[in-house]
Design a binder for this molecule. Structure first.
Ligand SMILES: [Zn+2]
Length: 425
């Protein structure tokens, strides 16, 4: 029962429109609403539906292709009214704006500049274009850049519209080459434990633990704390603009680092046979029980969702599925004997009070996440674990993408000295 999924996505952007062209786009969306209403009116008059597109296009001050798409949308709505038998109701028309629907390279165009920004050009009206730069979430920009440069992509229709008074462009992209394997069809399940200053990854197959990696990123924690202090200071000085600037700088810094970490996670995961990356669904726990200080701190101190999101979409681009599990007990359970006790974990050190196993606590958590992932999504069973492989730690340098191996921990001798030294919380 394997069904692969094609990657289709709608990317949302804000339009930073050049000069005074915003009113032109606005007028076009009002014209688009006219075309929509006119289609409904003609259909209700009993005009042959095949004639409607041309009749509306003759009078609409829009690019013909755009008018055709709006008419098609309105006729689609009419079909629904028929289906619900409310065709005779007075009006299905509305006031205001209606999205401009456009085909790529007909109604709109995109250009990737050398500096990574993406320029747009929308044919709002015949021979009248709206130009500018797309702005928006890094992840959406990343995908769009990939679509503009990589093969195997199709850029589809887009809608230009006003959302809360601001112009936006919603672009449909499809990755025709890449499909994402069904998560149930995996041979290696990788548990991802996200913390404030590191992530721990353990790859678990039917044979046992294939490997463990801990990626340290102390500079993210450091910078977040530094910015937090700076923001506090300017907040007290009542300078909201500086406060906002700092927030933007911090966000960009953290997002940039999280992108690199997520790239690392996906690259590492791809070495295993049919991998599936499993996350803890931390959203679920926010409204439920108090999971203790460690969890609360994790929730507030790191943009977990962002890292999980970056990882899952990068994984999808490599055809790697991702999955979610509930976060209960992942840090308290002994990965070897299954014993669960809150006191098992003490900061970065895990010591089982039942079998005496000692380990890097974040690695233990990542193993438990993988175990839960196998139980929830896979048909094969979790192997009995008698020993855990060494933990390899790499550090993402603040200066860039250099990965320097720092320490290798031998779990047989225990983690107690290396693991606890230097842990400030
Ligand atoms: Zn144990």
């Amino acid at each position: 029962m394997t069904q692969e999924q094609t990657l289709v996505k709608t990317l949302d952007f804000q339009l930073n429109i050049q000069s005074d062209n915003e009113s032109l786009l606005y007028d076009a969306t009002v014209e688009s609403r006219w075309a929509y209403n006119e289609t409904i009116r003609l259909a209700k008059q009993g005009v042959d539906w095949d004639e409607i597109p041309d009749r509306v296009a003759d009078h609409a001050d829009l690019v013909k292709n755009t008018t055709q798409r709006v008419v098609a949308k309105a006729l689609g709505a009419m079909e629904n009214y028929h289906a619900y038998d409310d065709f005779g109701l007075p009006s299905h028309t509305k006031d205001g704006t209606y999205p401009l629907r456009a085909n790529y390279e007909e109604g709109y165009n995109l250009t990737l500049r050398d500096d990574g920004t993406v320029e747009f050009r929308i044919s709002a009206k015949p021979y009248k274009h709206v130009n500018g730069v797309l702005e928006g979430d890094d992840t959406h920009l990343d995908i769009l850049r990939a679509a503009l440069t990589g093969d195997g992509w199709t850029i589809g229709t887009a809608e230009a519209l006003f959302h809360n008074g601001n112009p936006e462009l919603h672009i449909n992209v499809t990755n025709t080459k890449q499909t994402v394997r069904e998560k149930q069809d995996s041979r290696t399940v990788i548990g991802l434990d996200v913390n404030e200053d590191n992530v721990a990854l353990s790859a678990l197959s039917a044979e046992g633990i294939e490997d463990t990696l801990v990626i340290d990123f102390p500079e993210i924690k450091f910078e977040r704390h530094r910015y937090f202090t700076m923001r506090k200071r300017v907040q007290n000085a009542e300078k909201p603009s500086i406060h906002d600037t700092l927030e933007g700088q911090e966000e960009r810094f953290v997002r940039d680092r999280l992108h690199k970490v997520s790239r690392h996670i996906v690259d590492w995961s791809r070495q295993f046979e049919k991998p599936c990356i499993v996350f803890e669904d931390l959203k679920e726990m926010r409204d439920s029980i108090d999971y203790g200080t460690r969890m609360n701190r994790r929730l507030h101190h790191l943009p977990f969702r962002a890292l999980q999101y970056y990882t899952s979409y990068k994984a999808a681009f490599e055809g790697v599925p991702t999955a979610w599990i509930a976060p209960e007990y992942t840090s308290q359970r002994c990965p070897l004997c299954g014993h669960m006790e809150r006191g098992n974990r003490n900061k970065k050190r895990f010591k089982c009070r039942s079998c005496g196993q000692q380990d890097h606590a974040d690695r233990s958590a990542s193993v438990n996440i993988a175990v839960k992932g196998i139980r929830k999504h896979q048909e094969w069973t979790v192997p009995a674990l008698n020993s855990l492989p060494q933990v390899r730690t790499v550090r993402r340098q603040a200066s860039g993408a250099v990965d320097a191996p720092t320490v290798t921990h031998d779990t047989v001798r225990g983690y107690q000295t290396d693991g606890v030294t230097g842990v400030s919380d």
